[in-house]
Design a protein around this ligand. Structure first.
Ligand code: ZN
Length: 302
C-alpha cells in the first residue's frame, strides 16, 4: 500500500474509536446454574464458591454471559461491522484474537439478567507481527445488572494481511526410535532391511519389537531385493500438506519377500499407478539429510 493511502486508511480507522459495537444488548440467558456447572467441569474448577445454594458464577465467565451464539445478539451496532469491512478491503482479511482483560466489580449470581454495551475503544496504527501486518482492534464491553456496572471485558483482535508463506517446508522427518533405528540405519546405506524372527523365520515389516507370529523377541535382518508390485494405492488430493505437491500416489507395495510397505511411487504420473504394477526400489534424497526408500515403475519383462 502506498503511503498516501495508508495515511488515509489510518485516519478512517481512527475515526471508529469511541463508536459503539453493541448497544443495550441483553444476555441470551440469565446467569444460571447449568452453564456455571458446565464451565466448572470443562475447566476442572472445583471451587466450592461456584456450587450450592449460595453459588456465584466464576468471574471469568463474564464474557460467556454476553456471547451471542450462532445467531448473534440484538444490539450489534453497524460501526463494528463497517470497521471490519474496511479492514478486509485494505487487505487485512485474517483475524486472530490476541488477548482479553477483565475487571470484576461485583459477583454474578444465578438469576442475574445482564445487559451490556460494547464500544470500539482503540484501533492501532499499522503494526507488523510474525503473522502479518495489520491493526489491533480493542473493544470494551461494560456488563450491567440493572443500572449496576458489574464488570468490564476488554477484547483485542488483530486484523491482518497474512505474511507471505515461507518457502516450501522440508518433507517431514521420520520418527526414529529404538524399535526402528536399524531400519533407518539401513536406509542411510541404501539398504532396505526387513526384520526376520530368529525363532520362526517370519519376516515382518514395519519394524516391531517382537514377532507377531510366535512372540519371539529376537530377530535379524534380510536385505530386500528391491523388487515389488503395487498391492494397493491411494491418490492424495486433500488435505494439501505444505511439503508435498498433490495429487500424488501413495502405494502399498508388496515386496518380493512377501512383506508390504507404504511409500511413494515416483516417476509415474499419479493417475497411471495401477494395482499389480511392478515396481523397483530406489533411494531418493529429498534434502541434505533425508533419504527415503521409494518405488518407481519397473520394466516389465518382455
Ligand atoms: Zn517368530
Amino acid at each position: 500500500m502506498d503511503p498516501v493511502h495508508e495515511d488515509d486508511l489510518a485516519a478512517r480507522l481512527k475515526a471508529y474509536e469511541g463508536h459503539p459495537a453493541a448497544v443495550a444488548a441483553t444476555g441470551k440467558d440469565p446467569v444460571n446454574v447449568p452453564m456455571i456447572r458446565h464451565w466448572c467441569e470443562a475447566l476442572g474448577d472445583t471451587n466450592p464458591a461456584y456450587a450450592g445454594p449460595d453459588a456465584v458464577a466464576p468471574p471469568t465467565m463474564l464474557q460467556a454471559w454476553t456471547m451471542g451464539g450462532l445467531t448473534g445478539h440484538t444490539g450489534r451496532a453497524q460501526a463494528y461491522d463497517e470497521l471490519l469491512a474496511l479492514l478486509d478491503e485494505s487487505g487485512c482479511t485474517s483475524v486472530v484474537a490476541t488477548d482479553c482483560e477483565q475487571e470484576y466489580l461485583r459477583p454474578l449470581r444465578p438469576g442475574d439478567e445482564i445487559t451490556f454495551d460494547t464500544v470500539i475503544e482503540s484501533v492501532s496504527a499499522r503494526k507488523t507481527t510474525k503473522l502479518g501486518t495489520g491493526h489491533f482492534v480493542t473493544t470494551r464491553t461494560d456488563v450491567r445488572v440493572g443500572e449496576t456496572l458489574v464488570g468490564t471485558h476488554r477484547f483485542r483482535i488483530l486484523k491482518y494481511a497474512p505474511a507471505r508463506p515461507p518457502k516450501k517446508p522440508p518433507r517431514p522427518r521420520p520418527v526414529v526410535n529404538r524399535d526402528n533405528a536399524g531400519f533407518w540405519e539401513g536406509v542411510e546405506q541404501h539398504k532396505l532391511l526387513v526384520q526376520r524372527c530368529t525363532a520362526c523365520a517370519t519376516l515382518r515389516f514395519p519394524w516391531l519389537p517382537g514377532c507377531a507370529h510366535c512372540g519371539g523377541p529376537d530377530w535379524d535382518t534380510v536385505e530386500a531385493s528391491g523388487e515389488g508390485t503395487v498391492y494397493s494405492y491411494v491418490v492424495m488430493h486433500h488435505p494439501p500438506f505444505p511439503a508435498f505437491d498433490p495429487p500424488y500416489a501413495v502405494a502399498l507395495v508388496e515386496l518380493a519377500e512377501g512383506v508390504r510397505m507404504i511409500s511413494n511411487v515416483v516417476g509415474t504420473p499419479y493417475d497411471k499407478v495401477r494395482i499389480g504394477m511392478p515396481v523397483r526400489l530406489e533411494f531418493r534424497s529429498y534434502d541434505d539429510d533425508l533419504v527415503l526408500p521409494v518405488f518407481s515403475a519397473a520394466e516389465e519383462d518382455a
